[in-house]
Design a protein around this ligand. Structure first.
Ligand code: ACO
Length: 333
């Protein structure tokens, strides 16, 4: 069995910064409320006059990741694209990036596991590399969420949290200096509707033909914030400990935990439970909001760029989100 490693990273954030004060002009909210509940100060929302789609953002992040890995783009054997905000209902974003990069007819897979999407994609990439089927896989997490958010007071509980952006990694055949030790995936579908966007879907297509049956909530994300919070703090801790136990490590061994940037309060709760020092965890939700499937690769790429993680560090990635789904990956970066 081969080893796999992350050989390159990149991210792209749309330039349009939206502050909490900007939001208070659109809806009944305040900087104080948002910062106290979520830690978020700013997020990036694509300029509606100049839309850049999730495949295009993913493509830009991919270009940086390819350059950072030192491979030629023609060395990429497969694309895994994690998103819940694709350009089209079908086909998926992976094929769009295959075309934008001008790659040969390599396979492209889309993954729809929301906030856990990047961990799920990394897990698939890891398995492909381990079996020897592929040597270099492009893994992208990218989200264009701002257009679907309800920016009225009615949708304020959710719209203040989410942002747009993309991150990408090249996962390559590994060596002893750098390797993905293990990945761990879970789901609990009985909570599917606690965090969801029901439409557009094949079921609601029929209703759409009859405007009297269409409820606008179907086409905006819905969240039971309390249930999400309570499950997230438990599952994050469990799945991080699962990865550490599997590899004979303890929280003290982690150089950097990069949790999915759901909410700063959730990250702080996990940090406290695992007794991690401030220098053992990386958060950037303050600047970018919650970018769902893009949050881990953006944070990983930014942490690397800013020397918060270095080659050889023990890095733990962990996510929890819609499904519910959750997962972790432990690696020597
Ligand atoms: N601005 C001002 N007031 C608001 C806002 C807002 N943006 N949103 C809701 N409120 C109001 C509510 O209407 C409510 O008013 P009321 O008391 O008059 O009814 C009041 O604030 C309190 O609402 P709660 O829902 O009780 O607020 P809570 O303190 O629970 O915080 C939050 C809500 C932040 C969503 C919280 O439940 C939470 O942290 N949940 C975790 C979920 C999460 O972070 N998800 C991230 C995305 S999912 C993921 O990535 C896994």
């Amino acid at each position: 069995m081969y080893k796999s490693r992350i050989s390159g990273l990149g991210h792209f954030l749309p330039p349009n910064v939206v502050s909490n004060n900007d939001l208070s002009k659109l809806m009944d909210t305040s900087d104080k409320w948002i910062q106290e509940r979520t830690g978020i100060q700013n997020r990036r929302w694509v300029d509606p006059e100049n839309i850049i789609s999730s495949s295009q953002m993913g493509f830009r992040a991919a270009l940086t990741a390819i350059e950072s890995s030192g491979i030629d783009k023609s060395d990429i054997d497969h694309i895994l694209f994690a998103t819940i905000s694709p350009d089209h209902y079908f086909p998926g974003n992976g094929v769009l990036v295959q075309d934008l990069l001008g790659l040969d007819t390599i396979g492209a897979t889309d993954i729809r596991n929301a906030c856990s999407g990047f961990i799920y994609a990394l897990s698939v990439a890891n398995a492909y590399i381990q079996t020897g089927q592929y040597e270099n896989i492009l893994v992208i997490g990218s989200e264009l969420q701002s257009p679907v958010l309800d920016k009225s007071t009615n949708g304020r509980d959710l719209s203040v949290i989410f942002g747009d952006g993309a991150g990408a990694a090249i996962v390559s055949r590994g060596n002893n200096e750098s390797e993905i030790f293990s990945t761990h995936l879970h789901s609990e579908g009985r909570n599917a509707l606690e965090l969801s966007m029901k439409g557009p879907s094949a079921i609601h297509w029929i209703d759409k033909q009859d405007p009297t049956k269409v409820s606008p909530e179907i086409f905006a994300p819905q969240m039971n914030g309390t249930v999400v919070f309570k499950n997230a703090v438990v599952r994050f801790e469990q799945v991080i400990l699962e990865a550490l136990n599997k590899n004979g490590m303890t929280p003290e061994d982690i150089n950097c935990l990069i949790p999915h940037q759901a909410n700063l309060r959730i990250s702080q709760f996990i940090q406290k439970k695992l007794r991690l020092r401030d220098d053992q965890i990386f958060n950037n939700i303050q600047n970018y909001g919650n970018t769902t499937g893009a949050s881990i690769p953006i944070a990983l790429s930014e942490a690397f760029q800013n020397n918060k993680i270095r080659r050889g560090d023990i890095v733990c990635l962990a996510a929890f989100g819609a499904g519910f789904t959750w997962g972790s990956a432990l690696l020597k970066f």
